[in-house]
Design a protein around this ligand. Structure first.
Ligand code: MF3
Ligand code: CO
Length: 250
């Protein structure tokens, strides 16, 4: 069942999104060679709590940290650890902020120092694929319109589209209906209606689209070891289009 959010629920999700934007802005100041992903996790945890939110990943299905930190060939769900970031790495921060029972979910991939052209290209076009998907959001359009826009953009730019992972509805639960795949046919799937809130999150690779899950049962990597990028926004369907509930800083 796809829920339609009330004005009050939307206001709480907007508030969660504002905390999210501040959190990303704060963390961006620390994303330099030498910092460990565990240190970033601690900074994120304390900042979100200070802002009156809760880092929803912490304890979610047993997840052991406050955010996901996915480096290079890790696609998603990288668990923060004592690895130090190096010049040339890329890192995705994937964060869910709960504010008074309602969630916002966003992810962004960052370069540490100077990254090679392949990584630069991957990041640029994965971010653009996200906005291609977002442009499809308006009442009457279908989930498949979003999926297809992301997929076509990725194919055109020769990037691998991960199929096992997808976007999702969001609200009082981090993951709600509907699924929002990054591939599919136009004019298929559930119809978007005013008041729905969905997360669109292309996960694209420099090489093949195949992934595997590591022994920790969380970390998901590319099989070919080539880098992956991941950009995500929480999007409200409005009367005549969309509102990004997780804006990029003020
Ligand atoms: N944004 C991620 C997702 O939608 C958050 C996962 S939190 C974790 O899957 F706890 F599951 F890692
Ligand atoms: Co998500």
């Amino acid at each position: 069942m796809i829920s339609i959010k009330s004005e009050k629920e939307i206001e709480l999700m907007r508030e969660a999104g504002i905390i999210m934007s501040k959190t990303f802005k704060y963390l961006e100041g620390y994303l330099k060679a030498g910092i460990t992903t565990k240190e970033i996790d601690k900074l994120a945890h304390d900042f979100i709590i200070k802002e009156g939110g809760y880092p929803e990943c912490l304890g979610f299905e047993g997840y052991p940290a406050s955010i996901c930190t996915s480096v290079n060939d890790t696609v998603v769900h990288g668990i923060p650890n004592n690895r130090k970031l190096k010049n040339g790495d890329i890192i995705t921060l994937d964060i869910v902020v709960n504010y008074k029972g309602y969630n916002a979910d966003a992810a962004w991939t960052y370069a540490i120092g100077d990254v090679n052209p392949r990584k630069q290209y991957l990041m640029e076009h994965t971010e653009k694929a996200l906005y291609e998907g977002i442009k499809q959001v308006k009442p009457g359009n279908k989930i498949g319109d979003i999926s297809n826009a992301v997929e076509q953009y990725a194919i055109k730019h020769n990037l691998g589209v991960i199929r096992e992972l997808c976007g999702h509805g969001i609200g009082s639960d981090m993951h709600e209906d509907p699924d929002v795949p990054n591939f599919g046919k136009p004019n298929t799937g559930p119809t978007l209606k005013e008041g729905m809130v969905i997360c669109i999150e292309p996960m694209l690779t420099s090489g093949k689209r195949n992934i595997y899950i590591m022994d920790d049962d969380w970390t998901i990597n590319t099989v070919d070891g080539l880098p992956a990028a991941h950009y995500e926004h929480t999007i409200l369907v409005t009367k005549d289009g969309y509102e990004i509930l997780t804006p990029r800083s003020e």
